[in-house]
Design a protein. Structure first.
Ligand SMILES: C[S@@+](CC[C@H](N)C(=O)[O-])C[C@H]1O[C@@H](n2cnc3c(N)ncnc32)[C@H](O)[C@@H]1O
Length: 200
């Protein structure tokens, strides 16, 4: 019994450190987490973005952009388009703004501090929407997905990518996405993880 309590305490501390580093990065650990994320996931991020099939003049939203590598890739693919992002970590907003300073200055990228539960955009704004390794740490996935759907245009496509280490299960995921109102929900696999694709 005593051992069980110690084990629970240890795993609670580990979860809280991981959350500070990667889940909703903050303080020094969060800054370090951002640097690690920026160096380790580029291939997976590019793969997930390709599934969105973005055109150069589209409008794209990313929720939970972390250090902003995906924003950088998207902005380079969309010379006449517009990329907006929302992240709930002030640390990540700072890192991503630094990484995308030129595009922000040019007006083709805007990055906001905020939460998926209350996106600062009008209904039917975006052609495409993306979230990578983020939904599994939202406090309510359905509320967040409904809010993403609200700001997407009818017929718009969403990609939710998860690496193997994300902890997100495939089981029940299509049903959760469909419950938020999306259609044509399907999963695509790669060696590094999987991506759920859906349409508003
Ligand atoms: C594991 S990191 C992934 C970062 C980036 N997408 C990547 O793949 O490198 C999760 C990100 O989701 C953000 N996040 C967590 N909860 C959020 C919420 N409710 N709304 C918006 N962003 C959130 C975190 O701040 C963090 O930047």
């Amino acid at each position: 019994m005593h051992d069980d309590r110690q084990e629970q305490k240890r795993s609670g501390i580990a979860d809280s450190l991981l959350m500070q580093m990667f889940g909703r990065p903050k303080s020094l650990l969060g800054r370090l987490g951002g640097f690690i994320l920026a160096r380790t996931k580029r291939d997976f991020i590019s793969w997930a973005i390709d599934l969105l099939d973005v055109r150069p003049d589209e409008t794209v939203l990313e929720v939970g952009f972390g250090p902003g590598v995906s924003i950088e890739i998207l902005a380079a693919m969309m010379p006449t388009g517009y990329v907006a992002g929302v992240d709930a970590s002030q640390e990540m907003v700072e890192q991503a703004r630094a990484r995308n300073a030129k595009a922000i200055e040019a007006g083709s990228v805007q990055l906001h501090y905020g939460s998926v539960e209350a996106l600062p955009f009008a209904d039917d704004t975006f052609d495409k929407a993306l979230a990578i390794n983020s939904m599994q740490v939202w406090s309510d996935a359905i509320v967040g997905l409904r809010e993403m759907r609200r700001v997407m245009k009818v017929g718009g496509r969403m990609a939710l990518g998860f690496t193997r280490q994300s902890g997100q299960s495939r089981t029940g995921l299509p049903e959760t996405i469909a419950a938020a109102g999306f259609t044509e929900v399907h999963l695509v696999e790669t060696e590094q993880g999987f991506c759920a694709i859906a349409t508003k």
